[in-house]
Design a binder for this molecule. Structure first.
Ligand code: SF4
Length: 982
């Protein structure tokens, strides 16, 4: 008998109905299959009536295949995509090589194939515009479906309903309950059982004006079903009490609803309240967390996804997904780190082990062996082989690892319950993976698929696909609590009040799209046997999902997110149009939440207090902890960091280097971390050459080079023709020598990276030498000038006031001299500027001006008497500076914004090739220069500050600062500093 019966939505899978089927089962002496639409329905029905066979449509197909002795390996839709990927990567002539593009393409093609099968069609029905995909579809069907018997869900149904059924099925009938409609494949299963003469009863819900249900009835009638007129009763129209509220954010929506539930639960039992999530994946996790915080029990088990455990992260991300290149310790760091975490060492032990590994690559022997075993596995695994080989090697690696021994030891010793739970969780993840791998090996063997070969990356994706669905129970479902529903299973609700969250436009109704390259227009010309999946059909389904809510609850509270911007509100679902005028706008918002007079808990109370303080309100009787926090925050915001007089006295020094003062001027906070507390930068993988190594290499090369040419102390005229020939060879030899030191300090760099860098620096050095020849050695106007000193250490006493004189020290890179004056040069590996108002006056660039002063004083007080006699026949008098300049290795010819010169050198044919952009000074005489830029006053401020004030107040905050992660500087403070000396 084929019959359709109508009933109330609330009667779906009810005990009475199940008992009726159970009795019928007894009468006929054969099982009756009871088909329900989702797992939640199946679980509820199993609890209500034991002894019945509750199934899905897929189970019916599996039953048919089993009866016909068809052997197969079940695969999921996602696995089918992976197999298409494998097929396509084997055919490099036809498909792209880029793995990312290949993955996308394979997904689109596999989904197109799946869609074709889901509408009940075969390759013969493939629309013309998809014909180019036919060869790959055929290959899939021949190689994977027919030969290897890997059956995806659609194939299992297609194959099942095409079987000639000669055997007795031992089936007493089928009852289908809780469905509004059926997909094409489900109709194909129903039609098959109809053809076998099996009794089928379909219960359809009585929902007023539900077009989709009417359509289902029509379709079933075509298959031979009759409608049981007896069951058609007058529809009871219930009027639900409806409220609609908008929220500023999803979080506020969740908190708002939970707060209302908490209040309602004072008078209403929790079983009378339910929550429907229009967007389950977006809301569920957040809702569970918020409910836990508000101590509202939800009837959901606490589960942890296997893929989120550290163990799986270790195996999948750090090992299997690794590119297999373990050249230096940075390549292995992720693997080592996750492995050390998995051993659950005490934090200090973990940190020390990791630190030792990062700094010197050291690991204790046991851990080293383990890491080597994992690396060896990854390095030696073939690019393509049988799935069984991949699985067996992985299983061997897992079984031989010492994780379980280590966890066992920890469990025996550990007292901390939290940690014990974590260890147990990881252990379960380990067991899950070993079991999964073992099961897959067995299944492949049973199916005779020992030779099934795939590429390694396909194997990894396939295995991960299997891991993704796995979860570990952390806590079972509580006995009482609020039940969560989707639209599909809300029929299970038996209470009074339903809260429906996420009712936004675009979320519900969802808007249906066909998979792959299929478009709705393609459906018109195809012989889809039943229920063509048009947008109209899906919209009818959503209409009915919405209508059913009014049959199920007396009170309905809908909510959606409107956003925080009143000019750009996010829209509610079109279904809420009827209640547009009664929407309670932004009912759920932080402002409303925090102004609630009653608090759920101490934590809630403190959050409210913190909110009011945060928005600038005066709050009396703040809890002590908040009081402290407020004081600390305002201290931190001010950026003030001053030390006590005790420490000021200890930090005061009368002698300091010029670079220390510059560094203090740039950022007092950084100065304290770097130079006083001596906090080292974290060790990180080097991706660029260390500028300190490069700088010291250049200085060494220049000094060695001029020493080798014996030109230090000599006039530029001493540069001979012979030197012209040999100088560059000397330079390159010295560079080779010095470069080997840089290489030794950059072991993280690949050979290729180092050779690119070397080439770059070689070019720069050659360019530098050309500029040196041009400016100095072959400069006809400067033939009597001498390269007087290189790397000259200097000290300068500066009298700051009547009682204070400090000594500044430094090293001058180069001093040139003639009988009219001298020039100071400073070699830089990068770009360098010299702006007296913006850089010298604030103290950011003090080296060149202070070296000018120091050198003038030395020359005046006879410090260089002997040396100068060697340079000049008669001793020049009143030597003063011509100028000073940076020489950048990037632009070594430049004498512009990177230098300062006496005004007489700003003329055509200046011997120093001075550009008009350089700083022009009437005099560079020491005292005049110090006075003009008020340098003594600034040096005094910096010197005094450098022993007691280390506030976060940078004049220049560099984006690459190593201390940024621990620095609280704000954008305002950065801009304030930059503007101070403009
Ligand atoms: S980030 Fe800026 S303000 Fe902070 S320490 Fe570094 S340079 Fe100074």
């Amino acid at each position: 008998m084929l019959v359709v019966k109508y009933s109330d939505l609330k009667d779906v899978a009810k005990t009475d109905r199940l008992t009726k089927s159970f009795q019928r089962q007894k009468e006929v002496g054969k099982p009756i299959y009871y088909i329900l639409p989702s797992n939640k329905w199946l679980q509820a029905a199993r609890k209500r009536k034991a002894g019945m066979a509750f199934k899905t449509f897929d189970d019916l197909a599996d039953l048919l295949l089993k009866k016909a002795n068809i052997k197969y390996f079940p695969v999921s839709e996602s696995e089918r995509t992976i197999f298409f990927q494998e097929l396509m990567s084997n055919d490099k002539n036809r498909f792209l090589n880029n793995p990312q593009e290949l993955r996308h393409k394979a997904k689109a093609i596999a989904e197109t194939y799946g869609q074709l099968k889901r509408i009940g069609l075969t390759l013969e029905n493939l629309p013309t515009q998809f014909r180019q995909m036919e060869p790959i579809f055929r290959e899939y069907e021949t190689e994977w479906v027919k030969k290897k018997r890997l059956l995806d869900p659609e194939h299992r149904i297609h194959e099942a309903v095409s079987l000639p059924m000669n055997q007795e099925l031992n089936l007493g009938g089928i009852v289908i309950d809780g469905y509004l409609d059926f997909s094409t494949l489900q109709y194909m299963v129903i039609a098959y059982f109809v053809s076998l003469g099996i009794d089928i009863t379909v219960y359809l819900p009585r929902i007023q004006g539900a077009e989709i249900v009417e359509g289902t009835e029509k379709q079933l009638k075509k298959l031979g079903f009759t409608v049981d007129k007896e069951e058609i009763r007058q529809i009871m129209i219930t009027k639900s009490n409806v409220e609609v509220k908008s929220a500023t954010t999803m979080e506020e929506e969740i908190y708002g609803v939970l707060h209302e539930i908490s209040e309602k639960s004072q008078v209403t039992p929790l079983t009378d309240i339910g929550i429907v999530l229009a967007d389950e994946s977006g809301y569920q996790e957040k809702l569970i967390k918020a409910a836990e915080k508000k101590q509202i029990p939800l009837k959901v088990p606490v589960k942890k996804k296997v893929k989120d455990t550290q163990f799986i992260q270790f195996i999948y991300k750090s090992l299997l997904k690794h590119n297999g290149r373990f050249i230096n310790r940075w390549d292995t760091l992720d693997l080592v780190d996750t492995m050390l975490r998995l051993h659950f060492y005490k934090s200090i032990n973990y940190m020390n082990k990791k630190k030792n590994y990062i700094e010197i690559g050291f690991l204790p022997e046991d851990e080293k062996k383990q890491v080597e075993a994992f690396i060896n596995f990854r390095k030696t695994i073939p690019k393509k082989t049988s799935v069984i080989t991949y699985l067996s090697s992985l299983k061997e690696l897992l079984v031989n690892s010492d994780f379980t021994c280590s966890w066992k030891k920890q469990i025996l010793e550990e007292k901390n319950t939290e940690k014990l739970l974590q260890i147990r969780l990881e252990w379960k993840a380990y067991d899950y993976l070993v079991m999964l791998v073992t099961r897959k090996i067995e299944m492949l063997k049973q199916q005779g698929l020992e030779d099934l070969q795939v590429h390694y990356h396909i194997f990894v994706d396939w295995l991960y696909e299997g891991i993704q669905g796995g979860s570990i129970f952390v806590e079972r479902t509580p006995v009482t609590g609020i039940q969560l529903y989707s639209f599909r299973d809300v029929g299970l609700f038996e209470g009074k009040s339903l809260y429906v969250l996420g009712m936004n436009e675009g979320t519900f109704p969802k808007g249906h799209k066909l998979s792959g390259y299929f478009q709705e227009s393609d459906l018109k010309n195809l012989p889809v046997p039943y229920a063509s999946p048009t947008k109209k059909l899906f919209r009818q389904k959503d209409d009915t999902f919405f209508k059913q809510l009014f049959e199920l609850a007396d009170e309905l509270s809908f909510s959606y997110v409107v956003g925080v911007d009143p000019h750009n509100p996010i829209l509610p679902s079109g279904y809420l149009e009827a209640w547009k005028d009664q929407i309670q706008d932004r009912k759920y918002s932080a402002a409303n939440r925090y102004t609630e007079k009653v608090s759920d808990s101490q934590n809630d109370y403190e959050e409210k207090m913190a909110y009011h303080v945060g928005v600038g309100k005066l709050v009396h009787h703040l809890p002590e902890s908040l009081e402290r926090m407020v004081a600390k925050l305002s201290e931190l915001e001010g950026g003030i960091e001053k030390v006590s007089p005790y420490w000021e006295e200890r930090l005061k020094r009368d002698k300091l280097s010029v670079t220390m003062l510059e560094s203090y001027a740039m950022c007092p906070f950084k100065y304290a971390l770097e130079r006083i507390l001596k906090i080292k930068e974290p060790v990180e993988k080097q991706t660029i050459l260390d500028f300190r190594d490069v700088g010291s290499m250049l200085h060494d090369i220049i000094e060695k080079f001029y020493k080798q040419l014996n030109l230090i102390g000599k006039p530029f005229s001493a540069f001979t023709e012979e030197m012209k020939e040999t100088a560059e060879t000397f330079l390159l030899d010295i560079f080779e020598e010095e470069w080997s030191i840089v290489e030794a300090n950059h072991l993280d760099f690949s050979k290729l990276q180092l050779s690119i860098e070397k080439e770059e620096w070689l070019k720069k050095l050659k360019k530098w030498w050309l500029a040196e020849r041009h400016h100095f050695w072959e400069n006809k106007q400067l033939q009597s000038m001498h390269l007087f000193r290189l790397e000259e250490a200097v000290e300068l006493d500066i009298k700051l006031d009547d009682d204070t004189t400090i000594t500044m020290s430094g090293k001058v890179d180069r001093v040139d001299i003639d009988d009219h004056g001298f020039v100071i040069y400073d070699y830089k590996s990068g770009f360098a500027s010299l702006n007296f108002m913006k850089e010298v006056r604030p103290g950011l660039k003090l080296q060149l001006p202070l070296y000018l002063v120091a050198m003038e004083k030395r020359l005046a007080n006879g410090h260089y008497q002997i040396d100068l006699t060697e340079c000049f026949e008669s001793l020049p008098e009143n030597l003063t500076a011509h100028g000073a300049s940076y020489i950048s290795l990037r632009e070594p010819l430049k004498r512009a914004g990177n230098s300062v010169w006496r005004e007489e050198h700003f003329r055509k044919n200046s011997p120093f090739s001075v550009n008009s952009y350089a700083t022009k000074e009437e005099t560079l005489e020491a005292e005049a220069l110090l006075a003009k830029y008020e340098l003594k006053q600034r040096i005094k401020e910096l010197w005094q500050g450098s022993s007691h004030d280390f506030s976060v107040r940078p004049l220049k905050c560099i984006s690459s600062c190593a201390y940024r992660p621990v620095c609280r500087v704000t954008q305002d403070q950065i801009e304030e500093g930059e503007g101070e000396f403009k």
